[in-house]
Design a protein around this ligand. Structure first.
Ligand SMILES: [Zn+2]
Length: 67
């Protein structure tokens, strides 16, 4: 990760932590019930602002549609 020079837009803090949301909070690929990926978060350790959020396995969402 290259977040060393990133500043929180909310409080100006430069210290960030990384959070992972997995288990039952996994984001499922739409229409593919058994496919999914945990979410990763880059969080300001001062005010809690989430700077980045992304799934760790984006390729699982290839070919999915809105409906
Ligand atoms: Zn902050």
């Amino acid at each position: 990760m290259t977040n060393e020079n990133v500043q929180c837009p909310k409080c100006g803090c430069t210290e960030f932590g990384y959070g992972k949301q997995g288990g039952y909070a996994t984001v499922n690929a739409n229409g593919k019930l058994n496919l999914g990926s945990p979410m990763m978060f880059v969080i300001c350790t001062d005010c809690g602002y989430v700077l980045e959020s992304y799934v760790t396995k984006p390729n699982k969402f290839k070919g999915t549609t809105k409906y």
